[in-house]
Design a protein around this ligand. Sequence first.
Ligand code: UDX
Length: 438
Amino acid sequence: MRMTVIGTGYVGVVHAATMADLGHEVLGVDIDEDRIAALADGTPPVYEPGLQDLLQRTLASGRLRFTCDMSEVAGFAPVHFVCVGTPQMPGSKSADLRSVEAVVDGLAPHLHPGDLIVGKSTVPVGTAVRLAERLRTRAPGAGIAWNPEFLREGFAVRDSASPERIVVGVSSAHGESVLRRIYAPMLRAGVPFFRTDPNTAELVKVASNSFLATKISFINAMAEVCDAVGADVVTLAEAVGADSRIGPRFLQPGLGFGGSCFPKDIRGFMARAEELGVGGAVSFLQEVDEINTRQRVRTVDLATRLVGGDFAGLNVAVLGAAFKPDSDDVRDSPALAVADALQRKGARVRVHDPEALDNARAAVPTLQYTLDVPKACEEADLVLHLTAWPEYQAIDPVALALLVREPVVLDARNALDAQLWRESGWSVHAPGRPQPQE
Ligand code: UDX
């Protein structure tokens, strides 16, 4: 089938390349000329395992092409996936829908009866219904469907090719049949398919993200309680997660969530629920958000206590800038927020990250950055482990102890082998974990 994918950020590039890999003819579209030139050359705009290979393979197949020319779009295909960003609006909890609206309004005059716009962007519930209303007069006979994307950064290629479910919110049998044909190879492979109305489809996305964010904040709240009584949140999480009704995933206690989705999606959900008169139903998300932000403050407070209250003249090594491992994304990154806060308290902060340094430097230019872990830790008075890249778990703590001024590590992700580090001469501190008894 022929289709366009409008917006070539995370979701758009991965979706376009995955669709071409399934055998479809895909035109990727964006207004950013540099990005389109790089994509046409096989260079993805983000670091994502497997994406460059997939992109180059599908470009070489001739089934994937990129353009900045919006006038090509409507003539190219009868199906248009909308994958543009819906960031949080400055000064408000709500999502900014201007890009989505601009794409739909731009397409409308060129659409033919039977053409289908398929939204993948995360939007407040009711958006598709409202956009369909706009299309009714501007593009009679064209339809709109919502088909949320659940991919995780770091696993985006895998999640897109083998999703755990496909959710399509449609208002016509035609919309369903088009989407069933597009995803036919995945449906044949047994991927569950949920056909619903557009409102429910939009809600599935924000409900899923809200649940996961709640799970993370729940375990971080338990870490706070553990700290108050000297209990161990890591063992607690394992034991709680062993209940099959709860499950162990997303119960990793630590610095909390960041990135482009969870924070803005739960805030957008609260704002939309307020508009709908059901704000009380999701007001717990305010607490989820506050627990999450508090983990950053708690980490800074613990770091401050560990250096005796004053960072003046002290070197702090920060391991990790990305909001999570296997990503170069620093949007709302807890790691970068903590690094920045420590610098504001007077520390000399050197940050290491294997992939996110360019983005981190652009976001917080005043920090020192290095691609070398030993260099980050040289003469450090405190080492903070803030993003759980696997390579940090492979650090030799004996060798690292020789480089630092004080062998003190704050493992804010609860991911280092505390016993090994202690045996190597380190004083190890982590949220929700007791200090060993002498
Ligand atoms: C998320 C959703 O998982 C995905 O389905 C949606 O499409 C987009 O938002 P992503 O932002 O890529 O994906 O990251 P995810 O792996 O879900 O992690 C989010 C954050 O939670 C990260 O900062 C991570 O470090 C943190 N996290 C995750 C925890 O602190 N503890 C955990 O147990 C799990």
